[in-house]
Structure formats: C-alpha cells, structure tokens
Design a protein around this ligand. Sequence first.
Ligand SMILES: CC(=O)SCCNC(=O)CCNC(=O)[C@H](O)C(C)(C)COP(=O)(O)OP(=O)(O)OC[C@H]1O[C@@H](n2cnc3c(N)ncnc32)[C@H](O)[C@@H]1OP(=O)(O)O
Ligand SMILES: O=C([O-])CC(=O)C(=O)O
Length: 444
Amino acid sequence: MIDALHTFYQKSKQYSDIPNELFHKYNVKKGLRNDDGTGVRVGLTRIADVVGYKYVDEVKTDDEGKLYYRGIELRDIIANISKNQVCGYEETCFLLLFGYLPNREELQDFCKILKDHYELPDDFLETKFLHMPGKNIMNRLQQAVLALYDYDDAADDISVENTLEQGLNILAKLPSIICYAYQSKMHRYNKKSLVIHPVQQKLSIAENILYMLRKDHRFSELEARILDMMLIVHADHGGGNNSTFTNVVISSTGTDIYSSIVGAIGSMKGPRHGGANLKVSSMMKEVIREIGYTDNDVEIKALLYRILNKEFYDCSGLIYGMGHAIYTLSDPRSEVLQGYIEKLAESKHKSNEYEFYQRFERCAKEVIWDVKGIHVSSNVDFYSGFVYEMMGIPEDLYTPLFVTARTVGWLAHNIENKAYDGRIMRPATKYVGAVKEYVKMEER
Ligand SMILES: CC(=O)SCCNC(=O)CCNC(=O)[C@H](O)C(C)(C)COP(=O)(O)OP(=O)(O)OC[C@H]1O[C@@H](n2cnc3c(N)ncnc32)[C@H](O)[C@@H]1OP(=O)(O)O
Ligand SMILES: O=C([O-])CC(=O)C(=O)O
C-alpha cells in the first residue's frame, strides 16, 4: 500500500470502528441472515426451491439437500432428460422461464429462437476480442455483455416481453463470447495459435461450446452429454443466491437487463460464490503438491487444519468447495456430478485423483465439524472443475461456464420480479457514528 494511504487508513480506524455488539443491539442481519443462519426472506418465487434443512418441533435440523426446478426435482430432470438428447439444457431453460415442460414442437421452436440468436454482430469478434483480448475471461464477459447494449435498438425497454427476448439473445451468444474471449487470450498472452470456429446452427449450446473450444472441433457424444448436464445442474438456485439477488437488486432500479447481468457476473466471479470452482482447482493442486495422493487421513486432516487456521493456500481460512448457505448434509448437485465422475475418471485414468478428492472431502467435513461445529458437505463447485479438467476444458472457462448456465436463472428471476414485485430494493442501515461540527483547516 502507498505509505500515506497506509497512515490515513490506520488513523481512520478510531473514527470507523463498529463494535460487534452493536450489530446485536440493533438487530442487524449480517449477510441478510437470521440468527439461526437461515436467509432473511426478500421475495417469493415459483422458479426454484433449494431445500437444505427441515424444522423438527420448530428447531432447524440438518437434512439431505434437494433442488427443484419449477417443482421438479433436479435428480428427476437429469435422469430423464439426458437419456434422449443433448439439448437438455435448452429444455431446462424453457422449464425455468415458462414454468412447464415443453412438448416436442415447443422445444424445437424455442431451440430455433436460440439458434437464430447464436451469431455475434458482424464486427464483434474483431473489435471486442481480437483487438483487445483480456487476461480475465470473466471481465471480458462483462465487457462483451455490456457491448451488446449498443447493438440493441430497444436496449432500455424493460418490459417483461422485451427483457425475455433480450435475455435469450444474450444467453444464445454466450458460447461464442466465452470461447472467443478464451481463444483470443490464449493467442495474445500464451502465444498459442488462434482458433476461431464459427458457431454452428445445427448444434446445441453444450455442443457449440465444445466445437468452438477444440482446435479440431471434435467432441464425443458422451462429452456433449456431460457438458449439457453441467449446464443443467448450474442453471438456477432460487432467488437468494448472491448473483441472482444482485441481478434483481440492480434491475429493481428500472435499469436495463445488460446492466443487471453484468452485475450478476461480477458477483459470480467471487471465490465464495461461482469463483469457488477455480479456487478448488488451484487449492487441490497445492494440496497435492504438498502431500501427494496420500491415503493417510491424519496427513490430510493436518493440512486441512492449517487451511482453517489461515496457514496454508490463500490464507483465507476457507476450504473451497465445502459448505453452503442452505445445504447442510448434502448438495444434490455435487451428488449428481459424482454419479458421472466415477466412469469418466476411469476412462481418463484419473481414478486415483478422484479417490483423493473423495478422501479430502470426507476429511474436510470432519475437520469443519470439529472446528466450527457445523455439518457441511461438498457443494457444486467442489467437483465441477474436476469434471471440466477431465474433459480438457481450461480453468479459464470454469466460472464463465457457470455464468453461461446461470444466465437463464438470472433472466427468469429478473422477469418474475418485474412481473410480481417490482419495488425498488432499498434496505436500511443505522448510523452509529457521532454528530460533529465541521473543524476549520487552521484548527485541526
Ligand atoms: C455456487 C456456490 O456459490 S456454492 C458455494 C461456493 N463457495 C465455496 O465453496 C467457498 C467455501 N465455502 C464458504 O465460504 C461458505 O461455506 C459459504 C460462503 C458457501 C456459505 O457461507 P455461510 O452461509 O456464511 O456459512 P455458515 O453459516 O455455514 O458458516 C458457519 C461457519 O463455518 C465457516 N465455514 C463455512 N464453510 C467453510 C469452509 N468451506 N471453509 C472454512 N470455513 C467454513 C464459516 O466461515 C463460519 O465461520 P465463523 O462462524 O467462524 O464465521
Ligand atoms: O445458493 C447459493 O447461495 C449459492 C449456490 O449454490 C448457487 O448459486 O448455485
């Protein structure tokens, strides 16, 4: 830090300190949480339900996690959708946006609307990516979404129907945006050959991502199905998760959908939210460098205690990919992923690494229980990076893929809020400083 700033900041503490007792005194809901850790209710939704605990005799009790999209359990969706097609994500988008499962014709029409919006504007690739590649794909993604505003003649029309059309236009373009942002970064900063494949009308969103990412644009049906499943699993998580709530807070001012989505992307980047998938990957690399693929629980736990004590990895005290604001005993998404990983790991000769992830997860649960006294499980971010790694998807795209999948959730909640709530979000803070008189410069 600049020396002078350090001095000002240290001096400022006597004027800025807010003792913890005051939060209790004024009943402030830190993190918008009630005393038992549950979230303060800020809305009603019919889009998704996230269940992580139950009440037994009015006492909050840990429970197995469940996730419902429009009332249908995620496990049920995954089990049925993935059998038939590789556009399960598109079907899920329809379900989340319109509230019912489309028939064959409706799904075809919906996919056609998305396909009609796949292509980026004419000069977009050159001006937004090739001429100015970025080091961070999440930041590039924000810039690209904001840039789309300029190509929209009705950008500020915030009616529900226009927002729906605008949101689907953004969603349909995200595969090209994330792939081109990545390829231009690789070319400029990593001196790799530039790989630009045009988006394919005949392919689904998952297939297009693999097509545009791979130099030889080849991918197997299994890979496409797995990526499709990953997109489904990440598509929505109720109205309270940080990025969805951010999008609704921004939108409640009456601003355009581009601003709302860009704000949500900023939230998603955070390592305690969607950015955790990247953190898990780098944390696990450092863990494996330190102790190898050991099967010795004592050794693994010793390292976990060091992480919790802020002595290892990024010294934040967080074990990334573990814990959740709602889920306690399990995150159903992590369980769905594990159902796929075993076979994938076997086929990629990564079983050893998978077993280590599982051991690490088990030990982490025990250590967090020991230190914090709470039941946690692995969340969706613990295994997602491992799945992507096995499919040869680069780390740079882990969180952007989460954005691609979640954009439909943001859109659905944005529209639901516009249609049925719509009041500007405006909570309160209490001033706890003193009231003073202005002191003239010569008297300070
Ligand atoms: C897509 C998603 O967003 S999934 C979440 C992805 N994020 C991560 O994986 C990051 C690691 N996990 C976390 O930081 C947290 O578990 C969160 C942010 C997900 C949830 O946070 P909260 O709801 O505040 O957690 P909760 O109330 O259960 O925490 C209780 C205590 O356990 C701690 N804790 C919870 N999870 C962890 C963890 N993974 N590592 C270390 N400590 C943890 C909290 O810091 C808190 O400690 P404190 O009482 O000393 O302040
Ligand atoms: O619900 C949350 O707080 C975070 C989460 O898992 C998600 O958004 O997918």
